[in-house]
Ligand binder design. Structure first.
Ligand code: ATP
Ligand code: MG
Length: 229
């Protein structure tokens, strides 16, 4: 059976920078897939291409067997694709519930799933960082997507908050039957929740496999050591 999301040989450049260089990867129905790679590897660009914010220079994108290339960005959610952003963007003068309802008609259900129903009436501006991240996730879930793309959901979270996030990501799969594509630098999280992991480095996919396979891949170790040096 074809994957739910298929990215095939996608390239995208910005002036002289090749942000994506012939990248192919996929995510299956109800699968949790990690997307990792050093800073600047092209992870967010890939999300921006899949959600049609950026047009790929070449390559194919398919969702549930149909091309995404003729779907404009504002229709992406209706196709069943939702996302969160690397930097949380909320409407600070709106309540939690109002923020979540921006994402779709199933806002109250989404608030329940992420455990924010008791805070529904609070103003977004008054919330701590981890709660703001959960509001953003709920907003993505409010459209009842088939896949959710999470861009660094653990960014700025402490150890316990990351543990709770891991539990929540697993529940998205079991309770909502979602597929999840998660970009993360937090290795314990991504290796702990993912069925498979794709690795980008300088715009190229350098590895794909189970967390154990990817962790021991010399090309992956080299990419990370190289970036740390
Ligand atoms: N709109 C843009 N205009 C110009 N260059 C861009 C743009 N978006 C991304 N880039 C460049 O493309 C490359 C990939 O960036 P991208 O944000 O996709 O990396 P990333 O893997 O998400 O990194 P990080 O882990 O730091 O978030 C970088 O060199 C970046 O500067
Ligand atoms: Mg990024």
């Amino acid at each position: 059976m074809a994957a739910l999301l298929e990215v095939e040989n996608v390239s995208r450049r910005f002036g002289g920078i090749v942000a994506l260089d012939g990248v192919s990867l996929d995510a299956g129905e109800n699968e949790i897939v990690g997307l990792i790679g050093p800073n600047g590897a092209g992870k967010t660009t890939l999300f921006n291409v899949v959600t049609r914010l950026y047009r790929p220079d070449s390559g194919a994108l398919r969702f549930a067997g149909r091309s995404l290339l003729r779907t404009p960005a504002h229709r992406i959610v209706r196709r069943g694709i939702a996302r969160t952003f690397q930097n949380v963007e909320l409407f600070d003068t709106m309540t939690v519930r109002e923020n979540v309802r921006v994402g779709g008609r199933y806002g109250d259900e989404a608030l329940e799933v992420v455990g924010l129903a008791p805070l529904a009436g609070r103003l977004a501006a008054s919330l701590p960082h981890d709660t703001r991240k959960r509001v953003e996730l709920a907003r993505a879930l409010a459209s009842r997507p088939r896949i959710v793309l999470l861009d660094e959901p653990a960014g700025g979270l402490d150890h316990e908050e990351v543990e709770r996030l891991a539990t929540l990501i697993r529940r998205l799969r079991t309770e909502l039957e979602l597929a999840v594509l998660v970009v993360e630098h937090h290795m314990n999280l991504v290796m702990g929740v993912s069925d498979r992991v794709h690795v980008l480095s300088f715009g190229r996919r350098i590895a794909s496999g189970t967390p154990a396979e990817v962790r021991n891949d010399p090309a992956v170790i080299e990419a990370y050591l190289g970036s740390a040096a």
